[in-house]
Design a protein around this ligand. Structure first.
Ligand code: G
Ligand code: G
Ligand code: MN
Ligand code: NA
Length: 250
């Protein structure tokens, strides 16, 4: 099967690396944390995107193991950052439905010594579609640990606004497909403003993803998005480069 052999071997040898994309405060430009993004350099295939291999890892039953490694690494790395910086980790729908997830998360926090408040888990709307009772139990358990939950790629799934108050969600991440046509496209501009207002009235933070131009950044900053990430600020980078970026921006 395509990728299967390579992926199993990568899992055994732990050929993965965690990169970090800085997140900044839209008003001050201060770095407030980073999103952990998994990278795999397959010796045979070269770089393979997680968008390609995570779905296969889900099918093969490998995603919880890979996800646990990412969580451990991200928690460990974040303890080397200034105390006020957060780390966000993506959690796939299959991982969310694994009843061991809360245990894996609390273990990663315990082993690293990272305060739970500094860890944010990013889930997608798709994850809430299926067995939503199980998802709700897991998310409540995670919230009770002190971890925060973000809704990633917001606006692209089968968005039901009822998710926003049924589930313990503290942040909305506006998908970059709405950001890329800013500021000129009226439709995108209205959607982004509306999501920002929604976030504010529900007492949730809002992040704009995929900021690539300074015009997009100033639009976002004016219209109530709290945090920003995107190539304009930085691509995902190695942890050493993230620390260097913090120094350079300080
Ligand atoms: O970083 P990049 O653009 O290559 O990511 C592509 C997709 O893979 C994104 O949807 C991102 O959320 C997802 N992704 C990146 N890292 C991880 C990870 O560690 N776990 C999961 N489940 N998804 C990830
Ligand atoms: O689904 P999720 O939001 O987790 O996806 C994150 C992915 O988006 C990362 O793989 C990252 O490489 C990519 N990304 C981050 N910033 C930008 C950007 O400004 N432009 C584009 N095209 N992709 C981005
Ligand atoms: Mn994400
Ligand atoms: Na996203």
């Amino acid at each position: 099967r395509f990728l299967e052999v390579d992926l199993r071997r990568a899992c055994m040898r732990d050929d993965f690396e965690v990169f970090y994309q800085p997140v900044i405060d839209s008003q001050t430009g201060v770095v407030t944390g980073a999103e952990a993004l998994l990278r795999w350099h397959c010796p045979e295939r070269g770089y393979v995107s997680p968008a390609e291999f995570i779905p296969i890892a889900e099918e093969l039953g490998l995603v919880s193991r890979i996800g646990a490694k990412v969580l451990q690494q991200a928690c460990r790395d974040a303890t080397t950052w200034p105390e006020e910086l957060d780390v966000a980790v993506n959690v796939s729908p299959v991982q969310l439905l694994d009843p061991r997830l809360p245990q894996i998360v609390s273990q990663a926090l315990l082993e690293s010594g990272l305060r739970a408040e500094r860890l944010e888990l990013e889930i997608t709307e798709t994850a809430l579609l299926g067995d939503d009772e199980a998802a709700l139990r897991t998310l409540n358990h995670l919230r009770d640990l002190g971890v925060r939950i973000s809704l990633d790629d917001f606006g692209t799934g089968y968005s039901s606004l009822s998710y926003l108050h049924r589930f313990p969600i503290s942040r909305i991440k506006i998908d970059r497909s709405f950001i890329c046509r800013l500021p000129d496209d009226e439709g995108s501009a209205s959607i982004v403003r509306a999501i920002a207002q929604l976030g504010e009235s529900l007492d949730m933070k809002v992040t704009a993803e995929g900021i690539e131009t300074s015009e997009q950044l100033s639009f976002i900053a004016k219209h109530g998005c709290d945090h920003v990430q995107g190539f304009l600020i930085s691509r995902p980078i190695r942890v050493a480069d993230f620390l260097a970026l913090l120094e350079a921006r300080a």
